[in-house]
Design a protein around this ligand. Structure first.
Ligand SMILES: C[S@@+](CC[C@H](N)C(=O)[O-])C[C@H]1O[C@@H](n2cnc3c(N)ncnc32)[C@H](O)[C@@H]1O
Length: 378
């Protein structure tokens, strides 16, 4: 269904005072603020007391109810020309938002709608956290993988606002020492001594890049799909006068020439966002010059299994080392979906891409802890 048609339907429903919001695939695109794929149908959340009026308004434009078997969860309407609208009724709650029932009869809370954009116009849409929730508990189809990747990107755009809010603190930190971990400096010392060109996959706030330049890199090119993160990192690099350049782009698919890097640097919360670890490793191999190095300083794949409970660190019953993914409940939050790669999968992806493993170390101390004073080791 094209964007213009979505907006027309929303206008018609709005004119009758019907409380609806866009969910499903169009809702994901609305959160991202741009159309990223074709949508065969339109999914709309609607408050239950307005369901009948919504069906009536859509009926007047040529839609007929074609499936109402699961009226608690969804009512499907089809237009004579074949377009479909799925209405998802939910019950308004006293504290705000609504409560929706899923196909298993479970209920979940939907916070009030957010403002997104379709074809440049503001629309009410299902909030980010609820979008992630509705993508759980079933076998993901290709369009779901697409939507989850986009939702993760929206999460990172929002979470990276932290780098803007804390710009001054990060700038002060960047002016100091100790930007790289001690072991990073030791292992990378010989490579950095040669003045390498470094490409940093998923560069985030970019403090590592300043550390790499201070330790000898001739140039660091940071690549991250958050324009907010890239903007803040670039501004900081200019202010510090360090040789770091940034590009807003997706990994894999880093927009640099084949064989241009002496070193690809990455990690500290990067690999869990890669949907395809083999494609990631191939991109690393493509970007590296012959004889170039990959350096990954990453959270151990077992970290998500542990609670951050100071008194009694334990294995979480809801996690598995061999699971495909889990829901992020620390930072960047919002129910973002992290992909899991165990040590074997990571090493195999790297060696299959043609790289030789030189060092593989494990450390007792995590490089990151939730910023709530938690002192438990992961
Ligand atoms: C936890 S941060 C780690 C980055 C960096 N090492 C740091 O400490 O800031 C993860 C970063 O990966 C970026 N990211 C996640 N998935 C990505 C993708 N597919 N392509 C490009 N960047 C991505 C996010 O925007 C975020 O800045």
């Amino acid at each position: 269904m094209p964007a213009e048609q979505v907006l027309e339907l929303l206008d018609l429903l709005d004119a009758r005072g019907i409380d609806v919001w866009v969910d499903g695939g169009w809702g994901v695109d609305a959160l991202a603020g741009r159309q990223t794929r074709e949508h065969g149908d339109l999914d709309l959340g609607v408050v239950r007391p307005h369901l009948d009026t919504a069906i009536e308004v859509l009926g007047a434009t040529g839609y007929a109810v074609t499936d109402a078997r699961f009226v608690e969860v969804t009512v499907q309407l089809t237009h004579a020309e074949g377009h479909r609208v799925d209405l998802h009724p939910s019950t308004p709650m006293p504290g705000g938002g609504t409560e929706q029932t899923d196909f298993d009869g479970n209920t979940f809370h939907i916070p009030p709608p957010e403002i997104g954009r379709i074809a440049g116009r503001e629309v009410r849409c299902l909030p980010l956290s609820a979008q992630f929730h509705t993508h759980q508990g079933y076998d993901l189809r290709p369009q779901d993988h697409h939507d989850l990747a986009l939702l993760n990107q929206v999460v990172w755009e929002r979470a990276s606002e932290k780098h803007v809010r804390e710009y001054d603190e990060l700038l002060a930190e960047a002016r100091g020492d100790g930007l790289l971990e001690r072991r990073e400096v030791e292992l990378l010392g010989p490579v950095l001594a040669t003045g390498p060109v470094v490409v940093h996959f998923q560069s985030g706030h970019g403090l590592d890049d300043v550390g790499l330049v201070k330790a000898g890199a001739r140039l660091v090119v940071g690549v991250d799909y958050s324009s907010v993160a890239v903007g803040a990192a670039q501004r900081r690099a200019v202010e510090l006068g360090v040789s770091c350049r940034y590009a807003v782009a997706e990994v894999p698919g880093v927009p640099v020439r084949d064989g241009c890097a002496d070193l690809v640097y990455t990690g500290k919360g990067a690999l869990i966002w890669m949907r395809d670890i083999a494609a990631w490793a191939r991109d690393v191999a493509r970007v590296l010059r012959p004889g170039g190095h990959l350096f990954v300083y990453e959270a151990h794949p077992a970290v998500p299994l542990w609670t951050w409970d100071e008194d009694e660190p334990r294995i979480r019953p809801d996690r598995s080392y061999f699971a495909e993914s889990h829901v992020n409940d620390t930072f960047p939050g919002n129910g973002a979906r992290e992909w899991q790669w165990n040590l074997g999968q990571i090493v195999t992806a790297i060696t299959t891409a043609g790289l030789h493993l030189q060092v593989l170390e494990e450390y007792a101390e995590p490089f990151w802890r939730p910023q709530d004073g938690t002192t438990a080791a992961a």
